[in-house]
Ligand binder design. Structure first.
Ligand code: PLP
Length: 439
């Protein structure tokens, strides 16, 4: 067994040198620097759970198509801002096959990651109606989306959905949306950081309350099809990826290539805009974007001004991936099940050593095993727990920055923990538990 916990003086020296008072309260970038220094000094591997980046190779079908497109010369040519005709076509088929919704090709638009899809959505929606420009976040969530709103000068409100699952969600949403000043709401499902998934009833509630107050639903499907309790990967066969789009009138779905297809490096996603929203017209859109029509304003106004479209070759990659999924020649879920397998082992190691899973249920069923999970230790806050776990060579991020009210918790991402370190994780947690008895 290696020398866990690490020597306190050594670690405290590294923290002091980096001017870090609390690892738990530090940014992901600061945590990375500390880990690099500790690994250098101890010659031991950290168990790194702080970064939410894919741990699988990029989907080969995408790579092959992208390389071929570059050889064919697309690098020299500006892509159409609207997206290539082939990508629009395959995206429309993809959402029919895997969500079971009918969307015209026009309403399917590529973006530079879902990050840009969100930014362009906030930018455009906040200029649709000057009286309805606030954004409601159903938290916990991905902190950068709030940063985007702050940069854009858009006011936001948010609530932790932990105590408002099921029918309780209706009244909670009513309490915000009935004020009449929200233009849109956003949530991710499966959720970053908590990995809960809204069920069909909850998605219907979200859509109904949004429709009642004419609010746009932004459904962030960054983890498309990754609720592994069900198999959403068979084209045109139920069950389908659950989505509020079955009930919502005005909505935007953000489908990212980053996690489901391990294509994060090429920054590619698609934005699906409901026809009712795409065709919506307003004078203020005309003023800002030179277009009265929402679809045209977001594409020819926002996306044009931001990046003038999405990298040409990455569009070829996603087109090939969607085409193979649509034709049933590629099953995107198969490789991703690795995340489920690891999460199951890691969660078990935490629970056996006195830790709890913070967001543990989707109403009456256990949450799925997948890309993230949340954990806490009974005698500590999340920050105290993370500060202490550093001495055991384990890192994660605090839930504080995600809008969660559960300040006892931290988020773990399973993707970067190598299989050979899983027994080591269990050992280190055992020592932690022994050193911090729960009375
Ligand atoms: C909930 C959520 N939305 C959006 C993104 C960003 O996706 P993309 O890489 O497509 O920009 C992430 C990435 O971690 C995420 O977790």
């Amino acid at each position: 067994m290696q020398n866990i916990p690490f020597d306190r003086d050594l670690i405290e020296g590294i923290l002091a040198k980096n001017k870090i008072q609390s690892v738990g309260a530090s940014s992901i970038r600061e945590v990375k620097k500390i880990i690099d220094d500790v690994e250098g000094a101890t010659k031991q591997k950290f168990i790194r759970m702080e970064m939410g980046i894919p741990g699988l190779p990029a989907t080969q079908i995408g790579l092959d198509a992208q390389i071929q497109s570059l050889k064919d010369g697309v690098a020299a040519i500006y892509p159409d801002i609207y997206g290539t005709q082939e990508l629009k076509h395959e995206t429309s088929l993809f959402v029919k096959n895997f969500i079971n919704i009918d969307i015209p090709e026009d309403c399917c638009v590529p973006t530079v990651g879902s990050m840009q899809g969100g930014f362009a959505s906030f930018l455009t929606i906040s200029r649709m109606d000057p009286k309805k420009n606030k954004v409601l976040f159903i938290d916990p969530g991905f902190p950068v989306q709030k940063t985007q709103c702050r940069i854009l000068g858009i006011e936001t409100e948010h609530f932790d959905v932990y105590d408002f699952r099921g029918e309780k969600l209706r009244e909670k949403l009513e309490s915000y949306l009935s004020k009449g000043d929200f233009g849109c709401l956003l949530y991710s499902s499966p959720n970053n950081p908590a990995w809960f998934c809204f069920n069909e009833k909850e998605l219907q509630i979200i859509a109904e309350v949004a429709n009642k107050y004419d609010v746009i639903v932004i459904e962030d499907l960054a983890y498309f099809g990754m609720d592994f309790r069900k198999d959403y990967s068979q084209p045109s066969v139920a069950p389908f990826q659950p989505s509020a789009s079955h009930w919502a009138k005005k909505y935007i779905l953000l489908i990212s290539g980053s996690k489901a297809f391990s294509y994060a490096g090429e920054r590619i996603a698609v934005m699906i805009i409901s026809p009712e929203l795409f065709n919506y017209e307003s004078d203020t859109l005309q003023k800002y974007f030179g277009q009265r029509n929402f679809g045209k304003a977001i594409v020819f106004g926002s996306l044009y001004a931001l990046t003038s479209g999405t990298a040409h070759s990455a569009q070829f990659a996603l087109t090939a991936i969607f085409k193979a999924c649509n034709e049933g020649t590629f099953n995107f879920r198969t490789d991703l099940l690795e995340y489920q397998r690891k999460a199951e082992i890691m969660k078990k190691a935490f629970i056996e050593n006195g830790f709890n899973i913070v967001y543990d249920k989707d109403l009456d069923v256990d949450i799925a095993d997948g890309f993230y999970f949340t954990f806490s230790y009974p005698t500590m806050t999340g920050i105290e727990m993370l500060d202490e776990l550093v001495f055991y060579g384990i890192s994660a991020i605090s839930l504080d920055i995600t809008g969660s009210k559960r300040n006892e918790g931290a988020r773990a991402c399973v993707s970067l923990v190598p299989n050979e370190l899983l027994p080591e994780l269990s050992e280190r947690l055992k020592i932690f538990h022994k050193d911090h008895p729960i009375k």
